[in-house]
Write a protein that binds this ligand. Sequence first.
Ligand code: ZN
Length: 197
Amino acid sequence: MDERDKRRIGEQVEPGGRPKAPGRLELLQRFVNSYNHDLPREWDRIGTAEKAQVWLREKRLLAPGDRVSGADAARLRELREAIRALAIANHGEPPVAAALEVVRAAAESARLSVTLDDEGRTALEPATRGVGGAVATLLGILHEAQLSGHWLRMKGCRQCGYAFFDRSKNRSAAWCAMSICGNRTKNRAYYRRRASR
Ligand SMILES: [Zn+2]
């Protein structure tokens, strides 16, 4: 993969060519994948207040005119890593306590309301604007995905933490793309076995 493709990972490019998560869960997936820990820090799409503002507006999570502060961006990055930890826990381990605390604190201040459209369909919509509204939307998506069962298929790669949607029959996928992370993990296991001999 060349640098141009690497920079597009999480948005235009998915490792292994996997389709993105279904429905609104795709947005939460893009949020977690706004940074990949194997890539340079400065590529973080919400790494600064300015970048976070651009990213949230692009995703319609923020209305034009609403602003993002440095503290907001830091809070968003913290929430992102906590949601990543929940996705990693979907491999079957209990979630990390610190991550639960972060998501819980965000959920306590998030305001959502149930809306009804002309066809009688309900939806969870943020009750406030700004970054608080964006956080509420993301948590609403997390909740919906848990109700639908899709959340269990949202996995954090065991190697790099990349959030991918596991479409395998028995929900057994462990890595974002076998060719990158899977092989790396297998190679390490191979060398460990050899070294222990
Ligand atoms: Zn990976």
